[in-house]
Write a protein that binds this ligand. Structure first.
Ligand SMILES: NC(=O)c1ccc[n+]([C@@H]2O[C@H](COP(=O)([O-])OP(=O)(O)OC[C@H]3O[C@@H](n4cnc5c(N)ncnc54)[C@H](OP(=O)(O)O)[C@@H]3O)[C@@H](O)[C@H]2O)c1
Length: 225
């Protein structure tokens, strides 16, 4: 039996690859893009393309209205941005706000807006794409303060979500997809999105409720917080 997924930030990069692979195996996929009319590659994969800017509360509310009554089995919080702040000298309040709005506040408010949709689904899974760059244990560089702290914060968000929602049957997991050749990851990245996402979808397929609250790699290994 097919499942219903929602993937954010799906017009390019890892989000587009999620949709490509999920559609190829017959899943129903609601895919979001900031500007659907410019998302030709995505519209070629699924008819269910919806507008969403995760940084905007009104955009999140519009999406929730469009999906009212629609059960979602798996919500994948994928949309994200990298910060333009390589080091201390470049950090600004504006850049922190832009990066946290997309990477941290957006996923929280999206889960709030769609909690009834996911509760109506058979799986009740909320998967958030984080990064090992948000791991404090593995922190070894000074670069990109906003990105790394936004991903550490979204990991805490998953822990809080797990604590609050697992009693209602939700499974909330945060993942690192590995360093991938996308606009964000750049051409020097060692992983191809098709390989990373194939592995990650396999890991997601094997997730059970006892995994809720964990931080896992695209190969299914635990990552230290
Ligand atoms: N690539 C890597 O090596 C890597 C490693 C670890 C984690 N990740 C994480 O994996 C996820 C996907 O990354 P990627 O490599 O595919 O990045 P990407 O190629 O830069 O694509 C980012 C996607 O997110 C969307 N997005 C950005 N801000 C948004 C907003 N405010 N509202 C809605 N959508 C927004 C973009 O839409 P627009 O086209 O409209 O900008 C685009 O679809 C991110 O969460 C990223 O942090 C990536």
């Amino acid at each position: 039996m097919s499942s219903t997924y929602l993937v954010t930030g799906a017009n390019r990069g890892l989000g587009l690859e999620f949709v490509r692979q999920l559609k190829a195996r017959g899943e129903r996929v609601f895919a979001t893009a900031r500007t659907p009319r410019d998302a030709a590659d995505l519209r070629a994969l699924t008819p269910d393309v919806l507008a969403l800017d995760v940084s905007s509360e009104s955009s999140i509310q519009s999406l929730a209205a469009a999906l009212k009554g629609q059960a979602i089995d798996v919500l994948i919080n994928n949309a994200g941005v990298f910060g333009n702040d390589p080091g201390l000298n470049e950090i600004t309040m504006g850049e922190f706000q832009r990066v946290f709005a997309a990477n941290t506040f957006g996923p929280a408010l999206l889960v709030k807006a769609l909690v009834k949709n996911v509760e109506a689904g058979r799986k009740r899974q909320v998967f958030t794409i984080s990064s090992t760059l948000g791991s404090i244990t593995h922190s070894s560089h000074g670069f990109s303060w906003s990105y790394r702290s936004s991903k550490a914060a979204v990991n805490m968000l998953t822990a809080a979500m797990h604590n609050e929602l697992s009693p209602r049957g939700f499974t909330c997991v945060t993942f690192c997809p590995g360093w991938n050749k996308t606009d964000m990851g750049g051409k020097d990245a060692p992983l191809e999105p098709k390989d990373s996402i194939r592995s990650l979808i396999g890991v997601m397929d094997r997730i059970v409720p006892a995994d809720s609250g964990r931080f896992l790699s695209h190969e299914g290994n635990a990552i230290a917080w």
